[in-house]
Design a protein around this ligand. Structure first.
Ligand code: GRF
Length: 187
């Protein structure tokens, strides 16, 4: 199997990145993680790239030409899939068009419910029965592209924000890899 060169964008902890790296070691998993991009030089997730000798790029999104720098690296590593794994910046329309290949994102809610930030707080406040995570294609609308996979669980009365976050992230770690397998199943 020829693995697709993949770039993971992160901003923080990088637990999704860690699981993707582990799964990508399996010869039947369709991607190779060839590059990690972080907009935060202090992101803990960068350590996973370092430990696994994966090239990484730290970007300064305040710089006007940062997207061109990223695009150049994506071309250099022949990247055909970008996974946004806790990347806290919006992908611009210009970037989407210039890159022209697949970008997927993981979001900690059952989209289209609770797009955007502070998801867990809003889920609790609106007294949802269920919540979960969604992996979806990225388009110009925030958390708005076509769904690839969704995983859910029932909320217990005692669940607080912290517990919901833990349960959601546990599902995310499986959902991201399953979504990637689904995308490449027939390729
Ligand atoms: C995840 O919950 C993801 O859904 C959200 O940011 C979080 C990132 O977690 N977009 P991690 O950095 O992968 O641990």
């Amino acid at each position: 199997m020829v693995k697709k060169n993949t770039c993971i964008f992160i901003s923080g902890y990088g637990s999704n990145l860690k699981y993707l790296i582990n799964n990508s070691r399996n010869e039947n998993f369709p991607i190779k993680i060839s590059l990690v991009v972080s907009n935060n030089k202090k992101a803990k997730g960068i350590l996973h790239a370092k430990k696994n000798s994966i090239p990484y790029l730290i970007i300064d999104t305040k710089k006007r030409n940062f997207e061109n720098i990223v695009l150049r690296e994506l071309r250099k590593y022949k990247i055909s899939l970008i996974c946004l794994a806790g990347y806290m910046k919006i992908i611009s329309k210009k970037f989407l068009n210039s890159y022209g290949k697949m970008i997927i994102n993981i979001h900690p809610s059952l989209l289209p419910k609770f797009r955007g930030l502070n998801t867990f707080k809003r889920v609790l406040k609106s007294k949802e029965k269920k919540t979960g995570c969604t992996v979806h294609f990225v388009n110009e609308k925030l958390d708005g592209g076509i769904k690839i996979i969704q995983k859910s669980f029932f909320i217990n009365k005692k669940d607080n924000e912290e517990i919901i976050k833990k349960k959601t992230q546990k599902l995310e770690h499986r959902a991201f890899s399953e979504a990637i397998i689904k995308i490449f199943r027939y390729n």
